[in-house]
Design a binder for this molecule. Structure first.
Ligand SMILES: [Zn+2]
Ligand SMILES: [Zn+2]
Length: 443
């Protein structure tokens, strides 16, 4: 008897077999080889309603409406990056067009550590596949699309957070191993977003050795209530699998059953693969678990060969820490619209932040200063000054006009572009206008 999926599911598979940072690097093509074998062995593609689709190639415009590549896209992005991003786009289009109910992009190289400005690769990511997909969908189906990301990778999704930090239509929730114990060292509960989207960035750091119990507690008591309130058009699980108990890079204790249950309850429209470096012991089981859960099928038989129920046991101290942070975040969410933004961000004009961003993969250090206009009528114009070392490109300025900016802020953006072009202190000046869907640059 042929099994039929309860929900039609599209799978997009791009293992980038000819691409790796280096042959022995943990983010390499074998990551998806065993998964592919497991999918075939379990007969997943024989299930009615589950179908494999080919990725498309993301266009230059797709990348440039999401990122500022320094000096330009050709110097930063390779074909495998474009196909990986194109795999995410294909997944998004399949769902938006109603061809399938859900889609899972099992792709690499991953994307969630790639920031808005890109000087190279960091955290194994160069361009942000899921953000490129979202920007593509908003261009095609309307900028008012409300999006919710739930990033379950063990590492803080600092790149996706950065891209949507000040975007009120995008809710970004990241669950990750506590940044005091793991790269990239960020993502704490008090980091709640920019002045134009305060409260729509949610970070829940999980203590090392958190098990399925902690993950599912966070889902039931924080994520699902917030999603219920936010009412997104699309829910995206940035499905990192490096919080598995066997992962060599992290210290978490999640199992394939935990992942599958999360996806069954979260019921995401889209899942996009992120990290996960336990190539044989975790990825094949976790991915199959996610697939069955998304398709509305029984996943109770999916277990790692070395699985033991004791893996589910979590210390009371961990449970207590998670409960306290969940409470804090729920309160922050409930009160987010009551916050006096000018007071909170200590300014009536621009909110300015400075930071160093380290690109561990490319060994680059970037100094960034970001100014966000505090505006009563819109989320605010954004101006980013950036200089990377080593780099031959000097200091750049990027002026970002997001979707739904007010007329005054748009005009200000073009004035700032003109002013920056006239000043010799910037080697390159960019203007990214999301309303017009164009990127201007001046060298
Ligand atoms: Zn990760
Ligand atoms: Zn404005």
């Amino acid at each position: 008897m042929r099994i039929n999926a309860k929900k039609k599911l599209g799978l997009i598979f791009f293992p980038a077999f000819d691409w790796a940072i280096s042959p022995t690097h943990p983010e390499r093509e074998e990551r998806l080889l065993y998964t592919k074998d497991q999918i075939l062995e379990e007969g997943i593609l024989d299930i009615g309603g589950i179908r494999e689709y080919n990725p498309i190639i993301a266009s230059k415009e797709d990348v440039e409406r999401t990122h500022i590549c320094v000096p330009d896209i050709d110097n930063i992005v390779t074909m495998p990056h474009l196909i990986s991003a194109g795999g995410a786009i294909k997944a998004g289009e399949l769902v938006m067009e109603g061809e399938v109910d859900k889609a899972f992009a099992i792709i690499r190289p991953p994307g969630h550590h790639a920031f808005q400005v890109v000087h190279g690769a960091r955290g194994f990511c160069t361009i942000n596949n899921e953000a490129i997909m979202v920007e593509h969908l908003r261009q095609r189906y309307g900028s008012d699309l409300k999006i919710a990301f739930v990033d379950t990778d063990a590492h803080h999704a600092d790149g996706t957070q950065n891209i949507y930090y000040n975007d009120p239509n995008v809710l970004h929730i990241s669950l990750h191993q506590d940044g005091r114990t793991l790269y990239p060292g960020t993502g704490f509960v008090d980091d709640l977003g920019g002045p134009g989207a305060y409260g729509r960035t949610i970070n829940l750091p999980l203590p090392p050795n958190t098990t399925d119990e902690g993950l599912l507690y966070s889902l039931d008591n924080l994520i699902l209530p917030i999603l219920d309130d936010f009412k997104p058009d699309l829910v995206i699980n940035a499905a990192g699998q490096d919080n598995h108990y066997s992962d060599p890079l992290t210290n978490m204790s999640i199992s394939a059953q935990g992942y599958a249950e999360l996806n069954a309850k979260l019921d995401p429209d889209l899942a996009i693969l992120q990290g996960g470096y336990s190539i044989e012991a975790a990825l094949p089981y976790v991915n199959v678990g996610i697939i069955l859960a998304m398709a509305g099928l029984d996943y109770s038989q999916i277990k790692e060969p070395d699985y033991h129920p004791s893996i589910k046991k979590q210390s009371p101290k961990i449970t207590d820490t998670i409960k306290k942070d969940v409470e804090k975040l729920l309160k922050a969410w409930e009160n987010k619209d009551k916050v006096d933004i000018q007071k909170k961000f200590n300014s009536k004009d621009y909110y300015t932040t400075k930071r160093n961003i380290y690109y561990d993969t490319a060994n680059i250090t970037e100094n960034q200063e970001v100014k966000i206009k505090i505006c009563a009528d819109c989320a605010g114009l954004m101006i980013i000054d950036s200089v990377a070392r080593p780099s031959s490109h000097g200091k750049i300025r990027a002026i970002i006009i997001p979707h739904n900016l007010c007329e005054d802020c748009c005009n200000l953006g073009y004035q700032e572009y003109q002013r920056a072009k006239d000043r010799s202190q910037f080697k390159i000046v960019y203007l990214q206008d999301k309303r017009k869907d164009e990127l201007l640059s001046f060298k």
